[in-house]
Design a protein around this ligand. Structure first.
Ligand code: NAP
Ligand code: BGC
Ligand code: ZN
Length: 361
């Protein structure tokens, strides 16, 4: 079968031939339809995040998958069921209690309790067939198979926004303004989620692009305001735009994480999602500490998602306007067109690699 891998010492994905995997008890065989690409995949390919499986010279990429069950084996899954898999899998010797509680997304990063498939320590889903324990497979409706690769990235925002609400649940929080930092796929999908309903009166999204730009057009068509970080740094938001009740960082810039404290309104909360490499900067720690305390601000870091978040994300995907999904997904490519699928240019927002076609049950 075809699999898309990154090999040690290389900085580009390639297609290789791999044997079709065989399920262990408790696992189903899934035929993969599409696998999305995000900033994390590009970080993995350039060696800035994650790592290869032990003793392996290559890793199958891909963590944003949608597929159909083709061999349920001894699981309760039905043949032909459309599914999206969770990203984390337990390590052989690790503490499995995170998985038993259904909260593997809260496991500590460095403890060795999990792999992240396609990211760190285990092969991912960008292959024609994969095996998965039933617990890792979340059923989705048949009519979501085409865009189902968006469920995992949406689940990242669902979880982070849950953490945001929890962090402000001890008082009568009435947010009006929210800004998403970053106009990549995570940023735009999150802006789409924040735009559903009328929780926020004013939405903003920060980027560093000149017009005309497809992401700026999406931001404005959502009714949000584009903020250019070259003219308005994050720390200047309160003076040049307004203090923000919610800041959702999806740029991966550590400066933005720190400056989020300045950008927040009193009682506001910042969600930090980026996964930067080490980087030093000078900060006024006294001012930052004082601002956090005197204005009751909160910062939450959030990573990964569990099967509950994936199920909610499938519901949220159904709430997003069709035009948004169509314009965020800028290309679906066969494995022969990896250059286009993994492109990082100003016309590419979210792409997916198509490994198989859906056949209705
Ligand atoms: P992406 O496609 O690379 O998007 C990042 C966006 O941020 C790009 O559009 C980039 O603009 C913009 N940006 C970067 N620096 C900026 C600056 N100084 N001012 C304004 N805009 C800036 O990545 P993604 O897939 O959306 O993911 C975003 C971040 O979240 C990444 O760091 C990724 O690792 C992380 N992430 C975390 C989780 C989690 O579980 N915590 C999950 C998924 C992703 P340009 O394109 O114009 O450079
Ligand atoms: C993935 C998450 C993962 C995180 C950190 C993100 O791109 O969507 O599932 O936990 O990267 O590796
Ligand atoms: Zn991701």
């Amino acid at each position: 079968m075809k699999a898309v891998v990154v090999q040690r010492g290389e900085r580009k994905p390639r297609v290789v031939d791999r044997p079709r995997p065989v399920s262990d008890p408790g696992e189903a065989l899934v035929r993969i339809l599409r696998v999305g690409v995000d900033g994390t995949d590009r970080e993995v390919i350039r060696g800035a995040h994650g790592g290869f499986p032990a003793d392996a010279d290559e890793m199958v990429l891909g963590h944003e998958a949608v597929g159909v069950v083709v061999e349920p084996n001894d699981t309760d899954l039905a043949m032909g069921q459309a599914v999206v898999p969770t990203v984390r899998s337990p390590t052989t010797d690790g503490d499995r209690s995170w998985f038993d509680r259904g909260e593997s997304d809260m496991a500590p990063w460095d403890a060795g309790d999990f792999h992240e498939r396609g990211i760190t320590g285990a092969d991912g889903y960008m292959a024609e067939y994969v095996t998965c324990p039933a617990r890792a497979l979340v059923p989705i409706p048949d009519d979501q198979v085409a865009e189902g690769f968006l469920v995992e990235p949406l689940s990242i925002s669902v979880k982070a926004l849950e953490q945001v609400s929890a962090a402000r649940s001890a008082f009568d929080w009435r947010p009006e303004s929210a800004i998403v930092l970053g106009n990549g796929s995570l940023g735009l999908l999150t802006l789409g989620l924040l735009n559903v309903g009328d929780r926020f009166d004013r939405l903003y999204c920060l980027g560093r692009r000149d017009r005309p730009d497809p992401s700026i057009e999406i931001i404005e068509d959502l009714g949000a305001t584009y903020v250019d970080s070259r003219e308005t740094p994050v720390a200047a938001l309160p003076d040049k735009v307004e203090p923000m009740d919610l800041v959702f960082e999806a740029t991966g810039s550590p400066r933005h994480a720190v400056e989020t404290v300045e950008a927040l309104a009193a009682g506001g909360v910042g969600a930090l999602l980026g996964v930067p490499e080490d980087g030093e900067m000078e900060i006024d720690a006294g001012r930052l500490h004082r601002k956090m305390v005197l204005d009751n601000k909160a910062l939450v870091g959030s990573v990964n998602s569990n099967s509950g978040h994936l199920a909610t994300a499938s519901d949220r995907l159904a709430d997003l306007p069709e035009w948004l999904v169509e314009r965020v997904v800028t290309g679906i490519y066969p494995p022969e067109r990896l250059d286009a699928a993994f492109a990082d240019d100003d016309t590419t927002i979210k792409t997916a690699v198509e490994l198989g076609e859906y056949e209705k049950r």
